[in-house]
Ligand binder design. Structure first.
Ligand SMILES: NC(=O)c1ccc[n+]([C@@H]2O[C@H](COP(=O)([O-])OP(=O)(O)OC[C@H]3O[C@@H](n4cnc5c(N)ncnc54)[C@H](OP(=O)(O)O)[C@@H]3O)[C@@H](O)[C@H]2O)c1
Length: 168
């Protein structure tokens, strides 16, 4: 099972503000939808609440330390590891799409899962934004770029796919 992160950050690492996104990049959201559909998605409780409803056509796994937290249409786990264990079981049962699972944020959950990630689908927006949630600092030398695509409309941004080559 490949454990991938999927996310977008500004060049100053901002990913969000006031529990919401801070830029409007419809092409990036379309790509997110296309690439994660059919796969389990793992997210922090704050990211779930910022969306307000489960993402369609995906098993939605929400991670929270709150006991008794429950949301209709989502599976709730106390740790990222427990969520991944559930996915591994699904893969062992031959469930479709479970050969790759996506950790879709936000910052706290990427940080908590960092050492477990095999792949990053990272969009970098080449300008600064104001915000209060951040993508984790990481060492690019531990990753190999397998895909890169530059865009300029409506602002300069780049899609990267990075494959883990070492774990520090
Ligand atoms: N740009 C992007 O690609 C992108 C993607 C996703 C989200 N976002 C943005 O990011 C922001 C949200 O990110 P965030 O970092 O504030 O929050 P988050 O990672 O979405 O969720 C944090 C919550 O997850 C739970 N949690 C965190 N670490 C945990 C651990 N080790 N074990 C168990 N539970 C844990 C806690 O829930 P409890 O408090 O319930 O215990 C914590 O409050 C929003 O602004 C959102 O719009 C951006």
């Amino acid at each position: 099972m490949i454990i991938s992160a999927f996310g977008a950050m500004a060049q100053n690492r901002v990913i969000g503000k006031d529990n919401d996104l801070v830029w409007d990049l419809p092409a990036d959201l379309q790509r997110f939808k296309r690439m994660t559909s059919g796969h389990p998605v793992i997210m922090g409780r704050r990211t779930y609440e910022s969306m307000g409803k489960p993402l369609p056509n995906r098993d939605n796994l929400v991670v929270t330390r709150q006991k008794g937290y429950s949301v209709r249409g989502c599976f709730v786990f106390p740790t990222v590891e427990a969520a991944l264990e559930w996915c591994r079981k699904g893969e062992a049962e031959g469930r479709q799409g479970f050969e790759e699972v996506f950790v879709i944020g936000g910052g706290e959950i990427w940080k908590a899962s960092w050492s477990l990630l095999d792949r990053l689908y990272l969009t970098i927006i080449h300008r600064d934004f104001e915000g209060d949630a951040f993508f984790p600092e990481f060492d690019w030398k531990e990753w190999r770029e397998s895909f890169r695509e530059d865009h300029s409309d409506p602002m300069p941004y780049t899609y990267y796919t990075l494959e883990r080559i070492s774990r520090g």
